[in-house]
Write a protein that binds this ligand. Sequence first.
Ligand code: CTP
Length: 404
Amino acid sequence: MDLTGKTIAVAVTGGIAAYKACDFVRELYRRNAERVLCIMTPNAAEFVTTLTLQALSRYPVFTETLAVDHGGIPIHIVIAQQADALVVLPATADSLCKLAHGAADNLVTTSVITFTGKPVIVVPAMNTRMWDHPLTRQNLDTIRQLPNYVIVEPTSGNLACGETGDGHLADQETILQALYQSVHPEKNLFKGIKAIVTAGGTSEPIDPVRVISNRSSGKMGLALADELYAMGATVTLISTKPPNHRLYDVITVKTASDMQTELNTRFEDTDLLLMAAAISDYTPANPAEHKIKREQQLTPTLALTPNPDILASLGQRKRTGQLLVGFAAESQDLLKNATDKFHRKNLDAIAANDISRTDIGFEADQNEMTLILANGNHHKLERDRKDRIARNLLLTLHEQLLKS
Ligand code: CTP
């Protein structure tokens, strides 16, 4: 996720989850936001001081309804003019009620009603009883109908009041991804496309303790799934490593066989498959039911049996209109080996990845790839962070394979 060039306004209202706004502001800068402008209600300033948010956001923080900037312009107008998105975090039951009814009685509500034509991300947090109240539900339904408004629903968890239930502020990554999607420059590019992304390295059991696995971190696949979602696709991620947010369907698997079962049941209904998972080519022929003891086998030997080539079998089943993209991990003859796999597996594109380098690929945060397409075109995706590589790869795929 990359918020480069974006100005994000964070509006904090008076609930205990206000303290989470502090870390959220820091995280926005970690994701390269250009500016973070914070405003608060007077009640929010009872939970977190303006000074805290000012230090973290690097800009003055206001609480008074009629506050103006150094040039005399009202703050709610400054925000409407300059911010790309406005995040209300946390949104209390009282703020939801006011937002649903168009109130403009404090700086946050005044700013929200002035903020038209751009995304407003509402992140409620409150006690379960307030969350469950029919009036809160009614207010949420009203807000949900508004164009450009996104509600990031709370989760169930331990609440500050000591009770447990719904009302816990959504986790940070889910809020960030919802915000990212709302400001994404290509947010509708893959709209209407049903996509499956596979990610992570499978592990094959030797016994209940040991496995055969590989060095895949799953980061590339997760970055692809996040970007596809942000670009409007309906995403299902089948992965050995689950993401730390809950925005699209995630199926967690362990073995190549699990991966194949999940793909087989979903493939028919899929428009685009990005097969980024590192699938074990072999599995122990006879996994032991109980832990193999050292005394039992001083010099153990492991009999292996081949796993099916899942992508090649899906390539055989491919119907018109379905697109299959493979990922070739190579330590030598990168383009030749990747091109062989492209043909052998009946693909529409393959991303060739040089795994002999330590600065990219497995376990690294950066990658570099060459995308090979059916028309023989080669597209080099220069070394970059995996999220940016994911975006460029998807833009290239769209340009080359989906644009009619
Ligand atoms: N793949 C698969 N099933 C396997 C092995 C790989 O579906 N049993 C998929 C991978 O998810 C990837 C592509 O095939 O998209 C290429 O995987 P890679 O490991 O590079 O190649 P292999 O086909 O396994 O060939 P080799 O190990 O000989 O390089």
